[in-house]
Design a protein around this ligand. Structure first.
Ligand code: ADP
Length: 306
């Protein structure tokens, strides 16, 4: 039987500029992007499944088909009558990107509203991945349901992985954000934060401070990403630094962190060697920032010999 990697969160419809006022449609979202890169990098004896909720409209059907075609399992996804997926648009003005979101009533916000289904999904997996965005979009009670479920998974010895992915705009207050993200980390085995976000929103003055804070909460292992300045790993207290790859021309940093996480986990799950997994992930992320878009196809990731 194959082992299952389960990623939980929201995938959205993405609209980007295609010239002449035309828009191009795609699908993306932090936890989905990580599932995409995990799928690209994991051996075939792993299955990768996405857990979310979708509506029953044509756009939900199309997203489901897209996820499936990507080799990612959709069998656990909830469908909710009368609902639709969230949507965001990438605006380009003088070379600067900005984002507009329509996700307040997206179906994904109800992904944890059916606790039995959520439990069944989590129980079926060896590895469970979620993020601060997953927690931010849920009603308070449902975030508690999800946290209880991942705590159970952690207690059962599963690898629970959390990327805080801090987005203040999605939270009702700083207090709720701090408390819930800290609870996400406490409920996880491996936490994969980005130092920029942690410094800006938790006031960490060093990478050590970020590591110390998450370890004190109860996370066992931590990978702190720091863009072009590489990553610092702390696995059960042992610290290692792995530099980023040199990139000739950074084209688009969308999903740099998501791709790093997916690639890192694929190698870490196979061999348990965190520094080697980080070196591999730095190569994959370097390819991702050298191309346009969140989802770079496998053929362009240079996986041979990785
Ligand atoms: P996030 O997208 O979550 O903010 P980071 O910016 O820390 O995450 O990037 C994640 C990973 O992507 C880094 O650890 C690094 O491997 C790679 N990366 C990001 N930006 C660059 C860059 N300019 N040059 C080389 N690698 C990069």
């Amino acid at each position: 039987m194959s082992r299952r990697f389960l990623s939980i969160g929201e995938c959205m419809v993405e609209l980007s500029q295609a010239g002449d006022g035309l828009l191009r449609k795609g699908f993306a979202g932090d936890t989905f992007n990580t599932a995409w890169y995990a799928r690209a990098c994991l051996a075939a004896d792993w299955s990768v499944d996405y857990f979310t909720a979708l509506g029953d409209d044509a756009m939900s059907d199309e997203m489901l088909a897209f996820i499936n075609t990507s080799g990612i399992g959709t069998g656990l996804i909830r469908r909710i009558k009368g609902r639709t997926p969230g949507l965001y648009m990438i605006n380009l003005k003088n070379g600067e990107r900005s984002f507009s979101y329509w996700r307040d009533s997206s179906a994904a916000r109800s992904l944890a509203a059916d606790p039995d289904r959520l439990r069944e999904a989590v129980e079926s997996a060896e590895v469970v991945y979620f993020s601060g965005i997953t927690l931010a979009i849920l009603p308070h009670e449902d975030a508690e349901t999800l946290l209880a479920e991942v705590r159970r998974a952690k207690a059962a010895g599963k690898l629970v992985v959390f990327d805080p992915n801090i987005r203040p705009r999605l939270w009702s207050s700083y207090d709720v954000m701090h408390t819930t993200i800290s609870e996400g980390a406490r409920s996880s085995v491996l936490v994969m934060p980005s130092f920029d976000d942690e410094a800006a929103h938790f006031g960490d003055d060093s990478i050590e401070a970020t590591i110390h804070r998450y370890r004190a909460l109860g996370a066992v292992d931590i990978v702190v990403k720091n863009g072009a300045d590489g990553v610092t790993l702390n696995f059960a207290g042992e610290q290692t630094f792995v530099p980023a790859e040199k990139v000739e021309k950074v084209v688009d940093t969308t999903s740099a962190g998501d791709s790093f996480n997916g690639a890192f986990l694929s190698r870490y799950l196979e061999a348990g060697d965190a520094p080697a997994a980080a070196r591999f992930a730095a190569k994959v992320a370097a390819r991702v920032v050298s191309e346009h878009g969140a989802l770079v196809v496998k053929e362009k990731l240079g996986l041979d010999g990785g």
